[in-house]
Design a protein around this ligand. Structure first.
Ligand SMILES: Nc1ncnc2c1ncn2[C@@H]1O[C@H](COP(=O)(O)OP(=O)(O)O)[C@@H](O)[C@H]1O
Ligand SMILES: [Mg+2]
Length: 238
């Protein structure tokens, strides 16, 4: 893989604030019939350049926490600062811009657009940044080539293996040069070899200076991270 430029870093150094700063965060889902307290008071700091695994059983609140870290959802109570910015001060458009500039997402089921080429899939996040089509497609090539998919640019997801699809999803997460990669169970649907490949890619991205937050219920996957944060019943436990 060829190196790509180190991302612009925010909040680096001991004196600056953490990239992620979560204080007393709760999240209650109101289903109309019942209220489900999914997070019950979470404090968490993640520094620029860390590789952190968020670990816990199914239903413990991991995805809820990831949605908040990823600015896809807001806390019911408590504060969340990302790169020093309190998300309570952002309207929904501001939050979307912050997300698009700062964060690359990788999901368990890849979430690729069907009947759409790998190149077009990877180019999609640039659409939200207002990049013209020609430039979008040009910029989408590099992360695909880097992840060994240079000969699969025109393939649609159904024409790729599970591991290749997840590499397309990682290329899509990288195309905006985010400083933070958020991966929710990225190895969950993969065979062992493809899963190990994904972890190795996350390590490489971390070595370049990107912050990685990896969410998993698998202890052996979590063991690859520099630090593990355990979640149980909506709380962080030691
Ligand atoms: N949209 C929702 N509405 C109601 N309850 C939800 C919703 N999403 C998650 N929950 C509940 O919140 C808790 C935490 O879920 P989740 O964050 O998805 O856990 P995990 O990712 O660790 O499996 C679970 O009890 C789940 O049933
Ligand atoms: Mg989950």
């Amino acid at each position: 893989m060829t190196a790509i430029p180190r991302p612009a870093t925010v909040g680096e150094g001991t004196a600056s604030p953490p990239l992620i700063e979560i204080r007393g965060v709760t999240r209650v889902y109101d289903t109309g019939r019942v209220e489900v307290p999914a997070l019950r008071g979470v404090d968490l700091d993640v520094r620029q350049g860390e590789f952190v695994a968020i670990v816990g059983h199914s239903g413990s609140g991991k995805t809820t926490l990831m949605n908040i870290i990823g600015c896809l959802d807001r806390p019911t109570d408590g504060t969340y600062r990302i790169a020093g910015q309190d998300i309570a001060d952002c309207d929904d458009d501001g939050l979307a811009r912050l997300r698009s500039r700062t964060i690359g997402f990788v999901f368990q089921n890849c979430n690729l657009l069907p009947r759409t080429s790998a190149l077009e899939n990877v180019a999609t996040p640039l659409l939200h940044q207002g990049v013209a089509r020609k430039q979008r497609l040009e910029r989408a090539r590099a992360p695909l080539e880097r992840l060994g998919l240079g000969d699969r640019l025109d393939h649609e997801p159904s024409e790729l293996s599970g591991g290749q699809q997840q590499r397309v999803a990682i290329a899509r997460a990288l195309v905006t040069e985010p400083s933070l990669i958020l991966a929710d169970e990225p190895t969950g649907n993969l065979d062992t070899a493809s899963g190990e490949e994904v972890i190795a890619i996350l390590h490489e991205l971390n070595a370049e200076g990107r912050t990685i937050v990896l969410i998993t219920h698998e202890a052996d996957v979590a063991a690859h991270a520099g630090r593990q944060v355990h979640v149980r019943d909506g709380r962080i436990v030691e």
